[in-house]
Design a protein around this ligand. Structure first.
Ligand SMILES: Nc1ncnc2c1ncn2[C@@H]1O[C@H](COP(=O)(O)OP(=O)(O)OP(=O)(O)O)[C@@H](O)[C@H]1O
Length: 285
């Protein structure tokens, strides 16, 4: 659905943020876009949705250049920025003004999501708390039923029960026709939700891999097993030592996204990249 090829982009000519970046995102997946603060997650999302214009290379949505912002592309695309704008309108008024842009918008769904997220009804949106505004916009974004849904740091400002509901609703809203992209620097918020991890680091996509494939290929060891030699990366969790190593036994271990992210962004990640990029292992792009 999204095809980025050889993207060069920066805000200043002297400081390129992306060089020769390529990335493909397909329908039927929930992608987690991870990166450190300032790595360029928001900027990449803006290029994907056509709000930033590549210096070189292409960003296509269903073969159309995103930056052309054609109506048929825009009506099938919802981008929710990190900071949402909530106008002085009730939910019903907002729907009346905005839903027309999205041919598959479903008002019934919106009100169900609002109930699940415990967003109050009746008041004007600008009188909501920040978290309530964010939850309203998430519900609206989902109810728009667009093929491409791009959420920038959606869990910022959500309380713990809302994060749980958010994950539940998003998982239930995925279909073969939809592609969802969620950026965060709070890696744990995406655990048990995303099926594919995309990591942006040092101006590049250093990983674009399904969680299941990572689980097949890697062992996320804990306790004594984590202390054995040969790990790509080691760390310490509240439960004790943790490590990533090649999966040599075929046994399944739960992918620890935080450890994976730390491994990919550490200074000595070269052997790990080399392993992930072996031909048997479909990885970047
Ligand atoms: N409008 C802008 N003009 C100039 N520089 C910008 C602009 N927006 C972002 N930047 C710079 O581009 C880089 C990437 O910013 P971006 O917001 O894409 O990162 P991010 O990964 O989303 O960060 P965070 O996790 O902190 O939200 C940063 O160095 C930032 O200062």
């Amino acid at each position: 659905m999204v095809r980025i090829r050889n993207l060069d982009f920066g805000y200043s000519r002297r400081v390129p943020l992306f060089q020769n970046l390529s990335l493909s995102l397909d329908r039927g997946h929930i992608y987690g876009l991870l990166g450190k603060n300032g790595a360029g997650k928001t900027t990449l999302l803006k290029n994907i949705v056509g709000l930033a214009f590549p210096w070189a290379g292409t960003c296509l949505i269903d073969e159309q250049p995103a930056a052309a912002r054609r109506p048929e592309v825009l009506e099938d695309l919802f981008f929710l920025p990190e900071e949402v704008y909530a106008p002085a309108l009730t939910a019903e008024q907002f729907v009346a003004h905005t839903a027309g842009f999205y041919p598959r918008f479903n008002a019934e769904q919106l009100y169900e999501y609002l109930q699940e997220l415990e967003v109050p009804r009746g008041a004007k949106l600008n009188k909501f708390s920040h978290g309530q505004q964010k939850k309203f916009m998430i519900a609206f974004a989902l109810a728009a039923n667009t093929g491409l849904l791009v959420l920038d740091e959606p869990t910022n400002g959500l309380d713990i029960p809302s994060k749980v509901q958010f994950r539940k609703i998003l998982a239930s809203a995925l279909s073969e026709e939809r592609c969802m992209v969620i950026s965060t620097h709070q890696v744990r918020d995406l655990e048990s939700l995303i099926d594919t991890v995309v990591v942006v680091h040092n101006r590049e996509i250093v990983l674009n891999e399904e969680i299941d494939q990572l689980a097949e290929r890697l062992t996320f060891a804990t306790g004594q097993e984590a202390e054995a030699p040969g790990a790509f990366h080691t760390g310490m969790s509240v439960r004790g030592p943790v490590a990533i190593r090649p999966n040599e036994t075929g046994a399944y271990s739960r992918v620890d996204l935080e450890l994976l992210f730390n491994a990919l962004t550490s200074a000595d990640a070269a052997p790990f990249y080399a392993y992930l990029n072996q031909p048997s292992h479909a990885s970047v792009q």
